[in-house]
Design a protein around this ligand. Structure first.
Ligand code: AOF
Ligand code: ZN
Length: 343
């Protein structure tokens, strides 16, 4: 690892302190280095609050050193007036010796303009240091702005012989480690989605009750409005959106949005984009998961497998064409993580 990469790694680590707190903004971290020593650090804590670079600048005890320092920031300094003034102008006026950027900001108002402001002020700018890692840090924010849809995560559990079914869920997700894992996955995403059959047969509450964490917005696809109001998904504990073929209605925590069935899933994703939903985890069932796989509209898949469990019949689990990037062992279950580089 080079020194630049090492300081950028620290920026990423700082940024992650605010996981889940910055929406709709990205997580950003910044460090200021003078003579090979970190003299200031900061990160973006919440939308509306100061950006990472400003917090880093304000943390420096001796501001006279700034002109001779290098500032590292995991995302390109902004060039626009949002809730706060542009960081790129601030960096230019301080007059750093050098600015090191992790990755450009995909936000249409920034995207290279921040870097240009700093370069035009005669300051050396280096960008793309740990660029991939900096994008991964904000994968939801990047996908949302670049693809104009939420980041899509698929999740399902399957037996050793490749079946998905109700019995399997009852036996498998019963493993406490897997249950916690699933709730952690849910708490990290903005929304969670299931189809009609899953809502009817499993009656899930789709909350994160096993861990301390935020409940995602619940999304149900139910074209004929078959799922009764007595189901847990309608318990009013968190917000629920029902995509359906019958009505548009706004009932406080419950919203119905009518879309044509043959426009799925594309039009639903357009609506989620309009609603500024940056990520969604899709938890089944087979038909719903397959719809997103067939349309190549997914970014990662978490597949929980139990090799010892054989079901011999039931619903065949979906298959995806992608490489495993990570395997995690959770007692008798294995979680395989896949990433879709071709979406
Ligand atoms: C930075 N540093 O720490 C962050 C940035 O409404 P505002 O003023 O907070 O601006 C939000 C936008 O600024 C956000 O969409 C993203 O493009 C950028 N976020 N930029 O220079 C930061 N959080
Ligand atoms: Zn900024």
């Amino acid at each position: 690892m080079t020194k630049d990469e090492m300081y950028m790694q620290r920026c990423i680590q700082l940024a992650e302190n605010a996981f889940g707190q910055t929406y709709p903004n990205p997580m950003v971290g910044s460090v200021i280095v003078y003579d090979d020593e970190i003299i200031g650090e900061g990160y973006h804590k919440r939308a509306g609050g100061p950006h990472a670079e400003i917090n880093a600048i304000n943390s420096v005890k001796n501001p006279e050193l700034l002109r001779e320092s290098t500032i590292y920031v995991s995302l390109e300094p902004c060039s626009h007036y949002g809730k706060t003034p542009p960081c790129a102008e601030k960096l230019a006026s301080v007059g750093f010796r050098k600015v090191v950027i992790g990755t450009l900001d995909p936000h249409e108002k920034v995207n290279g303009k921040g870097r240009k402001i700093i370069e035009d002020a005669g300051i050396e700018v280096v960008s793309g240091i740990l660029g991939k890692e900096c994008q991964e840090l904000n994968k939801r924010f990047f996908t949302f702005h670049q693809k104009e849809r939420p980041y899509i995560i698929l999740k399902w559990a399957q037996s050793g012989d490749g079946f998905l079914d109700k019995d399997f869920k009852a036996t498998q997700i019963g493993n406490p480690l897997t249950k916690q894992f699933v709730h952690t996955l849910r708490s990290r995403e903005h929304a969670i989605l299931v189809g009609t059959n899953t809502a009817l047969t499993d009656n899930p509450s789709l909350t994160t009750r096993e861990i301390v964490g935020r409940n995602p917005i619940r999304i149900l696809i139910d074209f004929e409005l078959k799922v009764p109001g007595s189901c847990k998904i309608f318990d009013n504990d968190s917000q629920t959106i029902v995509f359906n073929g019958i009505k548009d209605a706004d009932e406080g925590n419950l919203r119905f949005i009518k879309i044509p069935k043959d426009e799925m899933p594309r039009m639903m994703l357009e609506k989620l984009y309009e609603m500024q939903i940056q990520s969604v985890i899709i938890e089944g069932g087979r038909f719903t998961l397959q719809q997103f796989i067939d349309a190549n509209l997914w970014d990662e898949a978490n597949i929980i497998k139990n090799e010892n469990l054989k079901l011999e019949n039931g619903t065949k689990a979906p298959t995806i064409a992608a490489e495993i990037v990570r395997t995690e062992i959770l007692d008798d279950n294995e979680v395989e993580l896949y990433k879709n580089s071709a979406s």
